[in-house]
Structures are given as C-alpha cells and as structure tokens.
Design a protein around this ligand. Structure first.
Ligand code: F6R
Length: 340
C-alpha cells in the first residue's frame, strides 16, 4: 500500500509488511526465460540502488554470482550480452538510470526493470522488457522493502540463486516481533548522535551495504552528515586520519556493526582501534545483528538504522520526509535539458 499520509517513522516500522507484500507481488510477475549465469549489473541511484548492494552483500558468501550496483549515466566496458542488466528507479524518472538503461538496450543486454512507473516503465514497455511494477506514492528510500525484495525474488525466479522465501519469512517475522524494542534502542542511540558525526563501520561484507544505508538514511531523514566505512580496510588508512580535523575527536561517534560473519580477527581489530585512538571516542557503540539467516541479520540492522535516522530527525527538529535539495537539483537538471 502506498502511503503519502504516513510519517517516515510509520513507513520505517512498516518494513516487514512491505517486504511480505513485495515477495507476493514478484511471485506472479512475468520475467521471461531463466538466465543461466551472472553477472548481474543493477543500474539505480540513491534509494533505488541500495537494494542491489544488499543483494551483493547477501550473496557474498552464499551465491557464486557477482552482483553490482551501477550509479552512473554510462555503462562499463565489461557489460556484455551475458548475464543480466536490471534498471531500478522507484519514480522511473531518474536520468542517470534511464541513460544507463538505454545504453544497455543498445548493447543488446538481457534486461529487467523494477519501477513504480514513469519514463522507465514507458521505455521498458516499448522495448518489451519484463517489468516488475511496484506501488507508487512513497519516498523511494521508504520503498526499500519493495525494491530489495523484488530484486531478490526475481533473481531466484530467473535461476540465479536459490529461493530465499524461508529467509524472507524469518526476516519479516523477526522484524515484526522486535520492532518495538528496536525503536526504543533507536531512541537511545539517536540521543547520543545529536550534534555529532556518526562514523558507521561495517565489520563484514554482509554488513557493508547496511553501513551505507545508515549513512544515506541519516543524510536524508535526519538531514545531517554521516560517514561510513568498513573494517578491516579502515585499519590500513582511515585509522591514521581519525581524530583530525580536531573537531572530529570531540564530535565523532564510531558505530561498529557486527555480525556472526565478522571474522574474529576483525572483531579484535575493532577493540584495538578504540584503544589506539583512546580518549577521543569514548562514546563508541557496538551493535549486533539479530536472527538466523544472513537476510534476517542484515535486515535487523537496516531497520534499526532506519529507526535511528527517524529518531535523530525528531531530536533535531527536522521533518524526515522532504528532501528539498534533491528535488531542487532534479528540477534544475530537467530544466537545463529542456533548454538545450
Ligand atoms: C529519495 C531517495 C533518493 C532517490 C534517488 C533516485 O527518497 O531516496 O535517493 O532514490 O534520487 O530516485 P529514484 O529512486 O526515483 O530513481
């Protein structure tokens, strides 16, 4: 169900229901013949791209198919006729995605679209490209359940991965039963982040896209800066820069995202990093994923981050819904195209 009248917090709390609805919606979509092998390249921007990152993280140690997100107008030289090109745009009107989709069509790639309508749906219909139509009327970032789950279920139906339906049921059930507690935890966490710079670190490849999602949600909902990065790579460069410029020492709050897939040596690295940078980061927070399957664990921290961004918006006195600068930039870009 679309929901312009719902608040961002209500939409964030509704993630499990949206995921369940998305799974059902995708099961009956017409997708065409199975694809026998990857790679899968997913063109999308912002809230429409993160679903591909989540699939990439989920597949990392489970499925031998390379999935990557393409966030640009142009397509890479490596894009060939093998594998699958997926264009994802919630509005269907994002120019970078439309441009990449047109180029993929010219290259003769096997394509699929996920959108709520717009120019992308029109272009796909003209070229006979299978399209999963999702309900419109939401801010794209609040449609993550639709965008991520439809992609995952579609890849399963096309034969690129196993069925994730049991994991999806687990993730939905877990999120529905834990959301009240996660909201309380989000409130506690958000109160530590007011007037501070969250430094969100993933510690396993499953959680890399989760750290990225935290950053984008804090940017767009709480309307403030946020940094994200990943361990152990951080230990080989960023560690040296931590604490400078000096306001960062007082203002940065490291948030470590942990999972049972976190390598024990990486967990040890986190503790040593806090010791090495001692004094500046006494507010550091460690968060653990919950659930059995990788999908449920990943989603548990996605939902917590979404709730933190809404709670932080409330504490900062900003409305999480509008993204005026994104809208204004899109308007200016469209205008300059018309003037050409
Ligand atoms: C807005 C949001 C943005 C959009 C992005 C691309 O809620 O999250 O990051 O997702 O501007 O637009 P769409 O998703 O319509 O292709």
């Amino acid at each position: 169900m679309a929901g312009n009248s719902r608040t961002m917090l209500e939409l964030a709390l509704g993630l499990p229901e949206q995921m369940a609805e998305a799974a059902a919606l995708c099961r009956c979509a017409e997708l065409g013949e199975p694809v026998n092998y990857g790679p899968v390249l997913v063109a999308g921007m912002g809230g429409s791209a993160i679903g591909a990152d989540l699939v990439r993280g989920l597949f990392w140690d489970e499925v031998p198919v390379a999935v990557s997100a393409l966030r640009d107008y142009r397509v890479p030289a490596s894009l060939g006729k093998d594998g699958l090109f997926v264009a994802v745009s919630y509005s269907g009107n994002t120019e970078e995605t439309l441009s990449a989709f047109s180029l993929a069509l010219k290259r003769g790639c096997r394509t699929l679209c996920i959108t709520s309508g717009g120019a992308l749906a029109g272009l796909a219909a003209r070229h006979g490209v299978p399209t999963i139509l999702i309900p419109g009327g939401l801010p794209p970032r609040a449609a993550l359940g639709y965008l991520f789950v439809t992609l995952l279920v579609a890849l399963g139906r096309l034969g690129l991965c196993r069925s994730y339906s049991r994991d999806l049921s687990e993730a939905v059930g877990l999120a529905a039963s834990r959301r009240d507690e996660w909201q309380r935890e989000a409130r506690r966490l958000a109160s530590k982040l007011v007037d501070r710079l969250p430094l969100v670190y993933s510690t396993s490849r499953l959680l890399d896209p989760v750290a990225e999602r935290w950053r984008c949600q804090i940017n767009e909902n709480a309307k403030t800066m946020c940094h994200s990065s990943f361990f152990p790579e951080h230990n080989h460069n960023e560690i040296v820069g931590m604490g400078e410029p000096c306001f960062m020492t007082r203002k940065g709050v490291p948030i470590g995202l942990f999972d049972k897939s976190t390598h024990p040596r990486t967990a040890l690295r986190w503790r040593h990093v806090l010791a090495v940078t001692r004094g500046g980061y006494e507010r550091a927070v460690e968060l653990r994923s919950e659930g059995r399957s990788g999908l449920a664990r990943m989603l548990s921290l996605v939902m917590l981050g979404d709730l933190v961004s809404c709670e932080l918006a409330r504490l900062r006195g900003v409305d999480p819904m509008p993204v005026a600068r994104i809208d204004e930039l899109k308007r200016r870009m469209a205008q300059s195209r018309r003037q050409k």
